[in-house]
Design a protein around this ligand. Structure first.
Ligand SMILES: [Zn+2]
Length: 264
C-alpha cells in the first residue's frame, strides 16, 4: 500500500495549487478507499501535505477502472473539493444540531454508499432529505450545493489556507491570468484582442473578421451569449458578474478561438 508520504514527495506548492492525487492503493484489487480531502488548515498547507485524494480505479471509466457498468462516480471529486472548501457531510451529527454547520441543508442520518436511489434515507430525520446534494453519500444523482453551502465555500476561500490560490498574483504566477493589460492572439488570419484583463467593468472583444458567435462561460458553466450584429467590436458588461475566471469562445465559422479573462 502506497502511503501519503510517497505522494507528498511530488507535491506542488500548496499555497499556489490545489493538489489532486489519484493513487492506486491496491494492486488490481478493489481499492480500500474511494476518496478523501483535508479541510482548510494553514499548518497542513505550510507542511505541503494538503490535497484531495481519489482512488484511480474509481475515477471514471476505462480499462483500469473497477467501476461497474452504469456507475459514474465523477461527482466524487466535486464532493471532495466541497470538503476541501470546508463543507461537512449533510448527515454530520445525524438529526442533531449543529448538523453540517449549514442552515439550509435538511438534517438526515444520511448515507451509506451502498444505499442506492435518489431518495435513500428520505425522511430519516422526519423532513425531506436533500438526496441530490453533493455532500450526501448518495452517488446516484448528485447534482447540487445549497446557497448556504456556497456561502460556506466562499468564506473558506478567504481563509489563510486558501486565499492565495485565487489572488491575482498567484493566477498570474500559475499562468491562469495574463500579466499584460491585453491578450493579443494571432489566429491564422484573424487577430483577436480581448481586454482589459483583469477586468472589473467591461471586456472588449476586437476582431478583424466578423464572428458567427461569441460565447462566454464561467467555471460553473453559466453561459453568456453575446449578440452578434456583423461588426468587429463587441463589449461585454462584467460589472455585475461574480469575480473569477471566465472562458470565451469566438467562432469565425471556419475557425474558432478560445481564451480566458479574469473578472475582479
Ligand atoms: Zn465525504
Amino acid at each position: 500500500m502506497l502511503n501519503e508520504g510517497d505522494l507528498f514527495a511530488h507535491a506542488w506548492d500548496n499555497f499556489k495549487y490545489l493538489n489532486i492525487y489519484i493513487p492506486k492503493y491496491t494492486g488490481g484489487e478493489w481499492s480500500l478507499f474511494t476518496a478523501y480531502a483535508y479541510y482548510p488548515s494553514l499548518s497542513c498547507v505550510e507542511d505541503n501535505i494538503d490535497g484531495v485524494f481519489y482512488s484511480s480505479i474509481r475515477w471514471g471509466f476505462g480499462a483500469h477502472s473497477e467501476l461497474e457498468d452504469g456507475q459514474e462516480w465523477s461527482s466524487v471529486i466535486t464532493h471532495e473539493v466541497g470538503h476541501w472548501l470546508d463543507l461537512r457531510h449533510t448527515f454530520e451529527n445525524g438529526c442533531s444540531a449543529p448538523g453540517d454547520l449549514v442552515d439550509d441543508t435538511p438534517y438526515t442520518t444520511g448515507g451509506s454508499i451502498e444505499v442506492e436511489g435518489c431518495f435513500n434515507n428520505d425522511l430519516s430525520c422526519e423532513e425531506s432529505t436533500n438526496g441530490e446534494n453533493y455532500m450526501d453519500y448518495n452517488h446516484d444523482c448528485k447534482k447540487m450545493f445549497t446557497v448556504g453551502q456556497v456561502e460556506r465555500m466562499t468564506a473558506a476561500l478567504h481563509l489563510p489556507a486558501r486565499s492565495n490560490l485565487w489572488s491575482t498574483e498567484n493566477l498570474i504566477a500559475t499562468g491562469c491570468a495574463s500579466a499584460s493589460a491585453s491578450i493579443e492572439k494571432e489566429v491564422e488570419n484573424n487577430i483577436l484582442s480581448v481586454y482589459p484583463n483583469p477586468a472589473n467593468s467591461v471586456v472588449h472583444f476586437n476582431l478583424n473578421a466578423a464572428p458567427e458567435s461569441i460565447i462566454v462561460s464561467n467555471a460553473l458553466g453559466s453561459i453568456i451569449q453575446i449578440d452578434i450584429d456583423g461588426s468587429l467590436i463587441y463589449t461585454l458588461d462584467v460589472a455585475d458578474l461574480p469575480s473569477g475566471i471566465y472562458f470565451y469562445q469566438v467562432d469565425f465559422g471556419s475557425s474558432s478561438e478560445n481564451g480566458k479573462f479574469l473578472v475582479q
